[in-house]
Design a protein around this ligand. Structure first.
Ligand code: URA
Length: 261
């Protein structure tokens, strides 16, 4: 990170105030006076102002209810990014831990704690991710079995076993059928499979478009997807899409504990 950016984030003022501070010669890096705002800092560098060392970068943890339409990135030329949804008081160096597709909603953790992010995303640690989905087509007990066995979604390896729970398949299908029958009284017979099944699915990996590809592999299509939790961290029911809040200390500690971070 550039020295002037570091000083701004450490609360020493705006870019121009920090520039003046540097010009006055009171800033040292590893004991040496540095005047250049563009000086690059390494992780291990010690920065001091008038002899007083600045504390290490403050780690921040935010939970965002990602809305559909924005991208899980810090910069994007076309779309709004998830970091743009954070309030002005949030640090500028936060990044999303993993990605949700642009049309996926739900829990996204943003932090500047690279170590925790690495632990949460590591394929070795198998952190559970729980999603709610509406799926076009009838999801059956057979699908539950296939998901539990692991699916071939076109990657080198099958997916790890996933837990698929059917929340509301029959009811949705029946309601839709009844509505249709009201309109078209002449028809008779069994309900067609036009309903959207509602499911909850737990995966332990984070492959590209994983849930969409898992349903595709069994002939269904995800119509709506929302992440509900990641490890012990659960989407706050008080948030609405686009809303965010800092994690509590207990939430941060629980994530660290379960990942061994
Ligand atoms: N699986 C997907 O297909 N999309 C997501 O955004 C997350 C998991």
């Amino acid at each position: 990170m550039r020295l002037d950016k570091y000083l701004c984030e450490a609360g020493l003022g705006t870019r121009s105030q920090v520039k003046k501070l540097l010009k006055s010669g009171v800033v040292t890096v590893n004991g040496q006076t540095v005047l250049r705002p563009e000086e690059k800092l390494k992780e291990t560098d010690r920065v001091a102002v008038s002899g007083r060392e600045l504390s290490v970068a403050r780690l921040e943890y935010w939970m965002l209810y990602k809305p559909a339409g924005c991208v899980s990135a810090t910069e994007d030329a076309r779309f709004q990014t998830v970091t743009e949804l954070l309030p002005a008081e949030a640090r500028r160096d936060l990044f999303p831990v993993g990605r949700l597709d642009r049309d996926t909603e739900g829990l996204l953790l943003l932090t500047n704690d690279g170590k925790l992010a690495h632990f949460l995303l590591s394929p070795k640690r198998h952190v559970d991710k729980v999603y709610y989905a509406r799926v076009r087509g009838r999801v059956t007990k057979e699908h539950v079995k296939l998901f539990a066995e692991g699916l071939d979604i076109g990657d080198e390896k099958k997916t790890l076993p996933a837990v698929l729970e059917i929340l509301q398949e029959e009811e949705t299908a029946r309601v839709l059928w009844e509505r249709r029958e009201e309109k078209d009284t002449g028809s008779a017979g069994e309900p067609e499979e036009t309903g959207e099944s509602q499911v909850r699915i737990t995966i332990r990996e984070g492959r590209f478009h994983q849930i969409k590809r898992m349903f595709e592999a069994v002939g269904c299509e995800v119509a709506y997807l929302r992440r509900l939790s990641m490890g012990s961290l659960t989407l706050d029911e008080g948030l609405t899409p686009g809303g965010c809040r800092r994690l509590t200390e207990q939430e941060v500690e629980a994530l660290k504990e379960e990942t061994g971070c």
